[in-house]
Write a protein that binds this ligand. Structure first.
Ligand code: UD1
Ligand code: CA
Length: 465
């Protein structure tokens, strides 16, 4: 296969056309198929991600079923939308986008429901197409049923026959059409204009252009995909679950090769991006979402969910924590059973223990809240010790208020701090206090009824029978 070096011959601008008009009946879902989540992102978002790596002139999405929902979910400046009101076939679908595409461009056709296509494969396919050649991505499958078959003669691709139109000998062919192809827009426009729905399904087949190219002596250059999973489509939830597993294994493999230790590579889900420092350890059943960064030697215990967070070097997160929107410093101890909500910012050496919730709060270095607390809309000073059961009452039913707790403050067990409030540095709040005003620095503040004992008191007696 010849490859043009981009230095000698600049590549024509690429227009990506993503077919996403299919209904996806077999998903049995109210959600359009291309919006079904895979690793936490819509199927279509995966395809768009791969397409964008080519820096295309534009990405055209052919939409139909659930069009508004699809447009709403994926709105982005680089997307152009082409409506296909009735699903008359893949050829008809591509045709809907073509009026927006210049003749000089190279069209790359992708499917919105084939999410694991790799950037590298797309780049290779595009490099194989030229002004007088079409590049076609094929795949060899042990079970080719359902796919269009690639008919070759003397090794050269002649045409594609759809399964429903295939004869017995064609059905035995194991090389299949993935649907992905790259073709000059000028040729595509000419050929698709001529495609007729004269076939078993009464559809306008994109695949018919292959025979037209051969007839006009335009080279059809096949590229056989290395891995079948990359070109697998999603038609039902079983296939979706299968691809979820493929992606999980891929991500786990990447993490292992990048130097992280996984207690069980089959039991970690990365639904977003995860960056790890050296010697990170991740226990079983951990889910990462959004953008997560783990520093050197971070340990994540079993059953944690970590979403959009940065965790500093040497921090240990014990079992079953839910961490969202947090910036956690180095050398912290978190959990078990701790919860962070956006935006929690922890400096170095902070301890957050079991059943502690931290929301929109900052904790300075070496501060501790080890048991059963709610810290909302608060700034906690260095070395402060938030006693078990301390609650910040930040919400008066209408407005959230802030609390400032100075350095070296100790709050007693079961104290309630009614915001807005400032607790001076070094203050101690007695256990069981309900503090409604500012607390002076360096002193003990008690805000509870004084203990008293009633002499000669007697328990009521049950009446004698
Ligand atoms: C198509 C190919 C087949 C290939 C297979 C790979 C044709 C005629 N056949 O078959 O050779 O092996 O994909 O999966 O191209 N779509 C639209 N509008 C339409 C029809 C389809 O947008 O009118 C979209 C679908 O949403 C889907 C894609 O095009 O993303 C493929 O459509 P599908 O009906 O699944 O094609 P197959 O019959 O599987
Ligand atoms: Ca299909």
């Amino acid at each position: 296969m010849r490859k043009r070096s981009p230095a000698t011959k600049p590549r024509p601008p690429v227009a990506v056309v993503v077919l996403a008009a299919g209904e996806g009946k077999r998903m049995k879902s109210a959600l359009p198929k291309v919006l079904q989540p895979l690793a936490g992102r819509p199927l279509l978002a995966h395809v768009l991600g791969a397409a964008r790596t080519l820096a295309p002139a534009a990405i055209h999405v052919v939409y139909g079923h659930g069009g508004e929902a699809v447009r709403g979910a994926l709105a982005s400046a680089d997307l152009r939308w082409a409506e296909q009101a009735r699903q008359l076939g893949t050829g008809h679908a591509v045709l809907q986008a073509l009026p927006q595409i210049d003749d000089e461009q190279l069209v790359l056709v992708l499917y919105g429901d084939v999410p694991l296509i790799r950037a590298q494969t797309l780049a290779e396919l595009v490099s194989l197409a030229g002004p007088k050649s079409l590049a076609l991505l094929t795949v060899r499958l042990d079970d080719p049923s359902g796919y269009g078959r690639i008919v070759r003669a003397k090794g050269r691709v002649q045409r594609i026959v759809e399964e429903k139109d295939a004869g017995r000998r064609e059905l035995a062919i194991r090389e299949c059409n993935t649907g992905v192809l790259a073709c000059p827009a000028r040729l595509l426009k000419r050929w698709l204009g001529r495609v007729k729905p004269h076939n078993a399904q009464g559809e306008y087949y994109l695949t018919d252009i292959i025979a037209m190219a051969v007839k006009e002596k335009v080279a059809v250059v096949p590229l056989v995909a290395g891995e079948a999973s990359e070109v697998l489509g999603v038609n039902d939830r079983a296939q979706l679950a299968h691809l979820e597993g493929v992606l999980r294994r891929q991500r786990a493999q990447e993490l292992l090769l990048a130097g992280a230790t996984l207690a069980d590579p089959a039991r970690v889900d990365v639904r977003g991006s995860l960056e790890c420092g050296r010697d990170v350890f991740i226990d079983v059943n951990v889910v990462f979402e959004g953008e997560v960064t783990l520093g050197d030697n971070v340990r994540i215990g079993p059953g944690c969910v970590v979403r959009n967070a940065r965790i500093g070097a040497g921090t240990e997160v014990f079992a079953h924590c839910v961490i969202e929107g947090a910036e956690i410093g180095p050398g912290c101890n978190i959990g078990p059973f701790a919860r962070f909500r956006p935006v929690a910012t922890l400096a170095a050496g902070v301890h957050i223990g079991n059943f502690v919730e931290v929301k929109n709060s900052q904790m300075a270095a070496a501060s501790k809240a080890n048991h059963l607390s709610y810290l909302g809309d608060a700034a906690v000073g260095a070395r402060a010790n938030i006693g078990a059961g301390t609650i910040i009452a930040n919400y008066d039913g209408a407005t959230k208020h802030r609390t400032t707790i100075g350095d070296d403050v100790h709050t007693g067990s079961n104290s309630v701090l009614v915001a807005p409030i400032t607790v001076g540095a070094g203050a101690t709040i007695a256990a069981g206090s309900t503090v409604i005003g500012n607390v002076p620095a360096g002193k003990l503040t008690v805000a509870r009824a004084r203990q008293s004992t009633i002499e000669n008191w007697q328990r009521p007696q049950k009446p004698k029978k």
